[in-house]
Design a binder for this molecule. Structure first.
Ligand code: COI
Length: 353
């Protein structure tokens, strides 16, 4: 398929002050879009102006949340070029999510090429300052005109781009996380591993209540017993216990984070022991009290590596770390590779401009 280029009628002004970008608030001039129709397959791929598109008020995504999405970034390298980070892994994960949501697969190679073309079109939107990047959001939604509960027969896949700074408003400062003991995010056999909007919608009320208690986000426990650590929702979670990096296993209830995998590979390459295993909330609390647990941090595309300063658990504040241990080391190595400031022995980066 040829990707058509539809020139935008006018271009927006680019942000002048990159220190005020925030996360996901500004969108570039163009997006990529293609459509799927049962019997015809994918068709009409195009790079076109970022603007509203039409869909039926009966669209599946609006009623039954048939949708999956991804998050990745384009980085400005020291020579002024642009590189992508592990894009094939995002599109492979998108297909795993899509399969769970009964959506037809995307052609991973094709959407990767579409992404390259879009980012090259928007190269001037990739910010230059430290800690900023072009956040890329591929989104894939079921549309059509039918209210029966079944998979849609028509879909839109699109990619939008947003020049962004740090995900958390206070940048790299350690976050305070509420350990959620009431609501649950994902049960085995459910959609926890899929990057699908419903998982996030189900988490919002807990986020609101966490903010009211002065916390940045929620740490989810398993749905059956509220005993085992799962993830934070916008990021996977890791702990440093007795000098080892410990993180919950990919058992279908948590997202298979690409940053999670990158940090684990970086840890192993530095000779730091890694354990992917179940961790109880009691182990975390007891470990923080005894000093066996020295750090906790989140990993995610948007969040990068975010140190956790404190947990709030059953109305008690449990101090964890100031964020300058292994979390900082992993942050420096990961972002060094992503921004092309250091070698990429893993082959994760792709220079596209
Ligand atoms: C990401 O890290 O890219 C995410 O998608 C997490 C969140 C912003 C939804």
């Amino acid at each position: 398929m040829e990707i058509q280029f539809d020139k935008a009628a006018s271009l927006k002004e680019k942000p002048q002050d990159e220190s005020k970008l925030g996360f996901g608030q500004i969108f570039t001039d163009y997006m990529f879009e293609m459509r799927y129709t049962e019997g015809q397959g994918w068709h009409d791929p195009r790079i076109c102006a970022f603007e509203e598109f039409e869909m039926s008020p009966a669209s599946n995504v609006l009623h039954y949340s048939q949708e999956v999405f991804e998050g990745l970034k384009a980085y400005r390298t020291p020579d002024g070029g642009i590189s992508l980070f592990r894009a094939p892994d995002n599109f492979a994960r998108m297909n795993r999510s899509a399969h769970r949501m009964a959506m037809p697969p995307i052609d991973e190679e094709f959407v990767h090429e579409a992404l390259r073309q879009l980012v090259r079109t928007e190269r001037d939107w990739v910010p230059h300052s430290d800690g900023t990047s072009l956040y890329i959001r591929p989104n894939y939604i079921g549309i059509g005109d039918y209210l029966g509960v079944s998979a849609a027969e028509e879909y839109i896949f699109y990619i939008i781009c947003s020049p962004s700074g740090a995900y958390y408003a206070h940048g790299l400062a350690p976050v305070r996380i509420l350990i959620e003991t009431d609501y649950a995010r994902a049960a085995k056999g459910g959609t926890g591993f899929a990057k699908t909007g419903g998982n996030y919608a189900a988490s919002l009320i807990a986020g609101v209540e966490a903010h009211e208690k002065g916390c940045d986000q929620v740490l989810w426990l398993d749905a059956a017993e509220r005993k085992y650590i799962q993830e934070v929702g916008s990021m996977n979670i890791m702990f440093v216990i007795d000098g080892k990096v410990v993180t919950p296993p990919l058992d279908g209830t948590i997202l298979a984070g690409i940053t999670r995998d990158s940090v684990l590979q970086i840890a192993r390459s530095k000779g730091i022991p890694v354990e992917e295993r179940y961790i109880t909330v009691d182990e975390v609390i007891d470990g923080a009290r005894s000093g066996a647990l020295t750090e906790a941090f989140g990993t995610g595309t948007a969040a990068v590596v975010s140190p956790i300063g404190e947990f709030s658990y059953k109305d008690e504040i449990i101090p964890i770390s100031s964020g300058d241990g292994l979390a900082l080391d992993f942050y420096e190595t990961l972002t060094g590779i992503q921004y092309g400031r250091q070698d990429d022995p893993f082959g994760w980066t792709e220079k596209i401009s």
